[in-house]
Design a protein around this ligand. Sequence first.
Ligand code: HEM
Length: 324
Amino acid sequence: MNFHLQSFLVLVMATLVATFMIPTFAQLSPDYYDKLCPEALPIIYSVVKKAIVAEKRMGASLLRLHFHDCFVNGCDGSVLLDDTPFFLGEKTAFANLNSIRGFEVVDEIKAAVDKVCKRPVVSCADILAVAARDSVAILGGKQYWYEVLLGRRDARKASRDAANANLPPPFFNFQQLLANFQTHGLNLKDLVVLSGGHTIGLARCTTFRDRIFNDTNIDPKFAATLRKSCPRRGGDSSLAPLDATSSKFDITYYNALLYKKGLLHSDQELFKGDGSESDRLVQLYSNDPYAFAKDFGVSMIKMGNLKPLTGSYGEIRYNCRKVN
Ligand code: HEM
């Protein structure tokens, strides 16, 4: 074989490899629905907006659904699946039982997008990502808007065991929280900035009772007030706001941490006043809403990229609660 033929064959082989082998992992993209169904994102926004006007807390509940979806086998809509004879779903895992909410709003969004797109092209996993972003922007204002990446497909199974293994509980200490985030490819900064999601929404007494009775890193007056509605016994499901402005997406959460007024043990773990890297980030976000807004969007996109199903993996569900 002469030299020219040999180098020609090498070139052909290299081109074939580049064409067929490398793009095994399809990327998400911001304009995924632009051609498929340009009305999809505006209709999601309008349903989310209506739901938040009806009940402010719904924005928080939708943001949390996306987080709980992504941390369990990736952002694949698995959190939305009901139990079946073949698997126990994630809805009854410790962190989710009697806690996650917003499923009716997701159903309403799904019906609305399928109608406007005239066929089911928008995945339930993408609906969660967009609804989370819209909730943040509606409750925080334009500065908290970020571009969501899209093109996820939906899982055909869910796992309660995986949810129990992957969703962090509120009694975790800093090292445990960090280790949990790291197993999801997220770092210390992601942990601190995404915990800022607790600037909106409510928590049940069972999730902070231990903190208000046993923690020392807590403002005594703050603890005493909470003990009234969350006593040692009883009142398990009575609710308290995660920060003082729980229907505004803002930096109040970080300011509360500076004054030992984090509601959850896991919140206060991010600020101990010992000059750690985590402390410094809490201090930064507590007086710079622009830094918080910018970093929150970046980390949400990172979280939204966790193991999405793309290409021919998974499916586009007809009903977010069931596989097709
Ligand atoms: C860092 C580890 C985290 C822990 C240990 C944790 C734990 C919790 C707990 C215990 C609750 C109260 C649930 C209840 O009482 O029913 C809660 C609520 C909430 N969490 Fe987290 N969370 C964490 C991270 C996140 C992240 C990363 C986000 C979003 C980016 C988030 C968003 C929310 C929201 C918005 C609520 C309020 C939901 C509502 O009012 O319906 N959390 N979280």
